[in-house]
Write a protein that binds this ligand. Structure first.
Ligand code: PBG
Length: 338
C-alpha cells in the first residue's frame, strides 16, 4: 500500500480540525451550543392610553404599546413559547418628579401593565424593572439631592416600589439602578410582605454605557438626563470590580444575575457564570439592536444571520438566556425551523 500521507499531515501530525466540519450532519453532531426559544426574554415598552402602537425611531421594528396592545403582544409571545417579558413604562411627563414618586403609586402604568398581562396571559413570566428613571424628572435611576444620587433613600423607595410590583403580580423583580444594598433591601421587603416566591434578577453588572441611547428615547428620558450615570453604573474598563459587585448581590440574595450591555461584555458573562454558578442573563441593549438594524437596513450585513449569531454568542459565553428586542423575530424563525 502506498502511503498517501501529505506534507500537511506531517505538519499537523495527522490532526485535521476540518474532519468534523465536512458536512452538515457532522457539524450538527458536534454543535456545542444551541439557541432555543426558552433562552429569550422580550423587553417591551408601554405607554398610557388604548389602541396605541407607536414606533421608536432609533429602534426600527420596536414599538411603544398601550396596555391593551401589550397584552396582545404578550399572548403572541406566549404562543411562540417565549418564557418571559420585561416591561418598561414610558410614563406621562406630568407624573415625573424629583424623587420619582409615581413609582410608589400602586396602580401606576407599570403595575397596571403587569395586572393586565397576568390576568390575560397567566403562563408568561413578567419581569419588572424597579429603577426610578422612568419616574424622575431628571432621568436618573435614583433620588437626586444637591447634585447627588442619594443611595440609601433610593434603596428604601425602590424596596417599597418592588413590593407594589409584586402585589400587582410581577414574578421577578429586576433592579437596574445599581444602588448599593438594594438586593438585600428588596429581598427583605418582599419577604416581609409575603412575596417569598417572587424572585430577584439583579442587573448585577450594569456598565455606564453609550449603548443605552435608543432606550432613553423609547421611555422619554434622553432629553431629561443632564450629566451621566457614572457615580452608580460600573466603569466599562472594570471587569474585576464588576465581579465583586455581583458577589455582593449574590450574598444579598439575588436569584439570577444579569450583565448589561451584552455583546461588548461577554468576558463578564463568562466570569460571572464561572464565579457563582447562578443563572446568568445578558441584556442585548437598545444600541446593540439599533446597530444591527441600521447596518442591515443599509444592506451592509445580513441582519437575520447577525442577529442569530449574536444570540448564540451569548450562549457560548455561558449565558442561560438573553433579554433581546429580537425575541419575537427569533422565536418565529426558530418555530419555522422545528
Ligand atoms: C435604566 C435602564 C437602562 C436600560 C434599561 N433600564 C439604561 C439607562 O437608561 O441608563 C437600558 C435598556 C436598553 O438600552 O435597551 N434603569
Amino acid at each position: 500500500m502506498t502511503d498517501k500521507t501529505n506534507a500537511v499531515d506531517l505538519i499537523t501530525g495527522h490532526r485535521r480540525m476540518r474532519r468534523n466540519r465536512k458536512a452538515d450532519w457532522t457539524r450538527r453532531m458536534v454543535q456545542e451550543n444551541r439557541l432555543t426559544v426558552d433562552d429569550l426574554i422580550w423587553p417591551i415598552f408601554v405607554v398610557p392610553g388604548t389602541g396605541i402602537i407607536e414606533p421608536i425611531d432609533a429602534m426600527p421594528g420596536v414599538n411603544r404599546m398601550s396596555i391593551d396592545k401589550a397584552v396582545e403582544a404578550a399572548k403572541e409571545a406566549a404562543d411562540l413559547g417565549i418564557p418571559a417579558l420585561a416591561t418598561f413604562p414610558n410614563i406621562d411627563m406630568s407624573l415625573r418628579d424629583e424623587t420619582g414618586s409615581n413609582s410608589l403609586v400602586a396602580n401606576n402604568l407599570i403595575n397596571e401593565t403587569t395586572r393586565a398581562i397576568k390576568k390575560a396571559v397567566p403562563n408568561i413570566g413578567v419581569i419588572t424593572d424597579v429603577a426610578l428613571d422612568p419616574f424622575t424628572s431628571h432621568g436618573h435611576d435614583g433620588i437626586l439631592r444637591d447634585g447627588e444620587i442619594v443611595n440609601d433613600e433610593t434603596v428604601a423607595q425602590i424596596a417599597g416600589a418592588a413590593v407594589l410590583q409584586a402585589d400587582a403580580g410581577a414574578d421577578i423583580i429586576a433592579p437596574s439602578d445599581m444602588m448599593d444594598g438594594r438586593i438585600g433591601a428588596i429581598r427583605q421587603a418582599l419577604d416581609a410582605n409575603g412575596h417569598q416566591n417572587v424572585g430577584i434578577m439583579s442587573y448585577a453588572t450594569k456598565f455606564a454605557s453609550a449603548f443605552y441611547g435608543p432606550y432613553r428615547e423609547a421611555i422619554g428620558t434622553g432629553g431629561l438626563l443632564k450629566s451621566d450615570k457614572k457615580t452608580y453604573y460600573i466603569d466599562p474598563s472594570n471587569g474585576t470590580e464588576a465581579i465583586r459587585d455581583a458577589a455582593l448581590d449574590v450574598e444579598e440574595g439575588a436569584d439570577m444575575l444579569m450583565v448589561k450591555p451584552g455583546l461588548p461584555y461577554l468576558d463578564v458573562c463568562w466570569r460571572m457564570k464561572e464565579a457563582f454558578g447562578l443563572p446568568v442573563f445578558a441584556y442585548q441593549v437598545s444600541g446593540e439592536y439599533a446597530q444591527i438594524k441600521a447596518a442591515a437596513a443599509n444592506g451592509w450585513i445580513d441582519g437575520e444571520r447577525v442577529m442569530l449569531e449574536t444570540l448564540l454568542a451569548f450562549k457560548r459565553a455561558g449565558c442561560d438566556g438573553i433579554l433581546s428586542y429580537f425575541a419575537v423575530d427569533v422565536a418565529r424563525i426558530l418555530a419555522r425551523r422545528s
